[in-house]
Design a protein around this ligand. Structure first.
Ligand SMILES: Cc1ncc(COP(=O)(O)O)c(C=O)c1O
Length: 412
């Protein structure tokens, strides 16, 4: 377990977790592309297996031989150590080969057939399919509650039988509706018997603007493909965990499933950590300026963005829970699907692609792409209309981006 330090996250992320002497003096970590590791002695091999199998406990300062890269490897260790200061309250991190792998493995480390799980909707489509199409047939009851409705979440928590996990995605995609993390954690405390594990998908505002573990959550989950990776060039995921016992369970499931992030991707993700706050700050400033400018545009019905929330409860949650509004917003066009498609076709700087969080601006039509599996009723209820366009702001000059959206809207 890495030692906590008194440094600020911006310093800590650059100075911890890596000893140049272990990379022949290289100022940046080497990539260790080995599937297996040579033991220092047969006794050391036996000890490593005893520790891995839970038959022995590691003593303080004990150096344990590496074994095999499906279990662990130096680049994962460096990444998992360096990412820690970005998520205050975490005892450890576990790196995965996708965001979905992080979510699935964290859930399966806790849930057994017969258990139930509460989850907020709307939620990322892959997560919804995992729950409804895989966990439910597997004997786990999924209980969907409306994101943002704290009362409904409280009632679901009180009523659920064998409740083991509460999974909240906040803000929710693509209308940025927010759920009160602290309230769900407090209600979870009142459950008789073992407290359910509260997991937050923190992909949209973390790690810069929202810190779920400080609000009482147990696990902060990421699609590292998005802001952490930041350049739309890798797929990855991370779970940051408060309790060492739960951390060990998630790690052990990762060893079994074989979904650890590979050394090259760990190395790439590592290089992105020191700039994640810089990028997210710039993306958030760009998004705020553009979203607020487009709010009065004659072709725009509504802009979904935290600083434009009208609902008092949503405003409260945003102000209490988040440091900045983030780089993601959606605009609902008056002309419906035709207007949305025309706008996307005419964009010159922003690109028409799904995903988000990269340094380049991306725009998509959720109803016909990311959320196309939903029923029309569910889409309408979630506010994902025919005219909705989701925009992930990059780090370009905001005035160039605004001009691009305005010229594209001329055709909408
Ligand atoms: C909020 C959220 N969670 C999880 C995922 C899944 O991440 P990945 O594509 O890295 O598996 C995504 C992907 O879009 C997402 O937006």
């Amino acid at each position: 377990m890495p030692e906590p330090t008194s440094l600020h996250p911006e310093t800590d992320v650059l100075t911890r977790g890596f000893d140049p002497q272990l990379s022949v003096g290289s100022a940046r970590p080497a990539v260790f592309r080995s599937s297996t590791y040579v033991f220092s002695s047969p006794e050391a091999a036996e000890r490593a297996f005893d520790l891995m199998g839970g038959r022995a406990q590691r003593t303080a300062d004990e150096n344990v031989d590496l074994v095999y890269s499906r279990f662990n490897h130096p680049n994962a260790q460096i990444l998992e150590d360096q990412i820690l200061p970005l998520e205050p309250g975490a005892a450890g991190a576990v790196a995965f080969n996708s965001g979905m792998a992080a979510i699935m493995t964290a859930l399966l480390a806790v849930l057994q057939p017969g258990d139930s799980l509460i989850y907020t909707i709307p939620i990322y489509g892959g997560t919804q399919t995992l729950i409804q199409g895989f966990l439910q047939p597997f004997g786990i009851t999924g209980i969907a509650v409306q994101a943002g409705d704290g009362g409904a979440i409280d009632r679901a928590i009180s009523a659920a039988k064998n409740l083991r996990v509460i999974l909240i995605e906040t803000p929710a995609n693509p209308t940025v509706i927010m759920t009160d993390i602290g309230r769900a954690c407090r209600t979870a405390e009142s459950v008789a018997g073992e407290r359910p594990v509260v997991m937050i998908d923190n992909t949209f505002l973390g790690p810069a603007f929202q810190h779920p573990l400080l609000l009482g959550a147990d696990v902060s989950l990421y699609s590292a493909t998005k802001y952490l990776g930041g350049y739309s060039d890798i797929i990855g995921g991370v779970a940051l965990v408060r309790d060492p016992g739960l951390l060990a369970k998630i790690r052990s499931k990762r060893s079994l499933f074989g979904n650890i992030l590979q050394p090259d991707e760990c190395w790439i993700l590592n290089t992105r950590l020191p700039t994640v706050a810089l990028r997210m700050n710039r993306q958030s400033k760009n998004a705020q300026r553009i979203a607020e400018s487009l709010n009065d545009h004659p072709k725009v019905q509504r802009v979904y963005y935290p600083t434009l929330f009208e609902d008092a409860e949503q405003k409260r949650i945003y102000e209490e829970q988040c440091q900045h509004p983030g780089g993601l917003f959606s605009i609902d066009l008056k002309g419906g699907k035709r207007a949305a498609f025309e706008m996307l076709r005419r964009l010159k700087l922003a690109r028409n692609a799904v995903s988000l969080g990269g340094v380049e601006t991306l725009a998509c039509h959720p109803r016909s792409t990311t959320h196309s599996a939903w029923s029309a009723k569910d889409l309408d209820e979630a506010g994902i209309g025919e005219g909705l366009v989701r925009i992930s702001c990059g780090i370009e000059d905001w005035q160039d981006l605004l001009a691009d959206f305005e010229q594209a809207l001329e055709h909408a």
